[in-house]
Design a protein around this ligand. Structure first.
Ligand code: NDP
Ligand code: 2IT
Length: 452
């Protein structure tokens, strides 16, 4: 009894300090709280981490670079946006993490993403620190030429802060293969170096096979591993997916391959419900719509004659598997209850922090299989790590080889969650497991360095 009260007090005291030091940053507070709920009891049971104040040090970024990006729009007007690179921790490797271009990007959003990235990267077993960056630039509706000018403008400043052994950015929302090409081209020109300073590159200039597919495929591999602990499988089940970007499209592809029926996809305007299932043929159409024509999912509904739900999220559609792949806080406690009442078996988070804390508590309370983002979506950054290895070795591995390594990494992350997160009754708390396993490695490295 005494012990439990102590943990609660310590958690609230820690969070009060964090909130005081980081005012007006709700996403960052949320991400830290989710981790602290599991890590504080662990730290209290291991005084070496408590005495070295590892959690306090790990929640303070190494540095945050804030800068202006100026570019010219298609009409010749001068535009200004704000950009950041949050270099959170390089305790176990060079900073690593994506860049996001979206009007909702703030310092708080990038701090939450950078913090999550530390533990996610640790879970992959590869030597990568945690970082995130991006801009409140809104690429929607802008021409490819204007996006190019923005990317070149951004790299004019970013280039002096990154390097293959320092910090290696990649994609995230609004930053895909096209943007990485523009960013890499400008880096090369400014630095006069051809090196693996970004991942998610095109195959012609150092990219890795399977990086495009890796996050979505990895989330489904993780789901497969979770279901296997209950003697179950993906085949024959209905799945609800949100989003229609990089992560969603390849999650749908792998779910299809493994025999599920995926009945939804969405974007920020609404979702499409296709009871027939987004099969291989329909997925090819959706990919072309999103990746080439850069259209909206409502066009899918029109083309295939199914329902479109404006300004709604897909969680009311009955399913056994839910794979949120759009953005943070897109699934709340009410959505979780609805999904659970409709017979939900498992969730694999493709997006970062898609479930609110209330939703996470609801899933854990009902003891379903819940794969949190830092474990379930780690396949993307893991293959980024493999891209860095291939660049360093100046070789390219085959599709089969990279996919084999991705599957092995996802299996290994699942195993780490199981080792650290199994309750006395046999229930695997993947949230606690992922947080403690990710934390332990980084914390041990920090202990070895002394007070730095
Ligand atoms: P994309 O830009 O390719 O796609 C994002 C998708 O989410 C689009 O369908 C977009 O709709 C939708 N979306 C974005 N913002 C919102 C919003 N505020 N509300 C509702 N829908 C929204 O990004 P990714 O697929 O790469 O990223 C999706 C998620 O996965 C993010 O949480 C990202 O951090 C995470 N992630 C990505 C990885 C990667 O390798 N790319 C790796 C690990 C995690 P619209 O077209 O309307 O904007
Ligand atoms: O959230 C993420 O893990 C990513 N956006 C991928 C980061 C990376 O460096 O590949």
């Amino acid at each position: 009894m005494h012990r439990v009260a102590g943990v609660h007090e310590r958690l609230e005291q820690f969070m009060a300090g964090l909130v005081r030091r980081n005012p007006g940053e709700p996403e960052f507070h949320q991400a830290v709280r989710e981790v602290a709920e599991g890590v504080i009891p662990f730290v209290m049971a291991h005084p070496k981490y408590e005495e070295a104040r590892i959690l306090e040090r790990l929640t303070e970024p190494d540095r945050i670079i804030t800068f202006r990006v100026t570019w010219q729009d298609d009409a010749g007007g001068i535009r200004i946006a704000r950009a950041w690179r949050v270099q959170f921790s390089n305790a176990i490797g060079p900073y690593k993490g994506g860049l996001r271009f979206h009007p909702t990007v703030t310092r708080s959003v990038l701090k939450f993403l950078g913090f999550e990235q530390i533990l996610k990267n640790s879970l992959t077993g590869l030597p990568m620190g945690g970082a995130k960056g991006g801009s409140n630039f809104n690429p929607r509706g802008r021409s490819a030429n204007e996006v190019m000018r923005f990317c070149h403008g951004m790299m004019r400043e970013l280039h002096r802060h990154i390097g293959e052994d320092t910090d290696v950015p990649a994609g995230d929302i609004g930053v895909g293969g096209r943007e990485i090409g523009f960013l890499f081209g400008q880096y090369m020109r400014l630095a006069n170096r051809f090196t693996g300073v970004l991942t998610g590159k095109g195959l012609a200039f150092g990219g890795s096979l399977v990086r495009t597919e890796a996050t979505g495929y990895g989330a489904v591999y993780f789901l497969q591993n979770m279901l296997a602990t209950r003697g179950d499988e993906i085949a024959g089940k209905t799945a609800v997916v949100s989003g229609s970007g990089n992560v969603a499209l390849y999650a749908i592809e792998k779910l299809n391959e493994l025999g599920a029926t995926v009945v939804t996809a969405s974007d920020s305007d609404g979702f499409v419900h296709d009871p027939h299932g987004i099969d291989a043929e329909r997925l090819a159409w959706l990919k072309e719509l999103k990746e080439v024509r850069r259209g909206r999912v409502r066009e899918y509904a029109k083309h295939f004659g199914c329902d479109y739900h404006e300004k709604q999220r897909p969680w009311r559609v009955p399913c056994r598997l839910a794979v949120p792949c759009a953005t943070e806080n897109e699934l709340d406690a009410d959505d979780a209850e609805t999904l659970l009442d409709n017979g939900l078996l498992a969730v694999a988070e493709g997006a970062n922090m898609p479930s609110t804390l209330g939703a996470v508590h609801a899933f854990r309370g009902r003891k379903i299989l819940f794969g949190p983002a830092k474990a379930a979506n780690a396949g993307g950054v893991a293959v980024s790590g493999l891209e860095q290895s291939q660049n360093a070795l100046r070789i390219s591995w085959s599709r089969e080889e990279v996919d084999r390594q991705l599957q092995a990494i996802m299996r290994d992350i699942h195993e780490k969650c199981r080792e650290e997160g199994t309750d006395a009754d046999g229930f695997i708390d993947y949230v606690r497991g992922a947080n403690i396993a990710g934390f332990r490695k980084v914390a041990d490295a920090m202990l070895a360095y002394g007070v730095v």
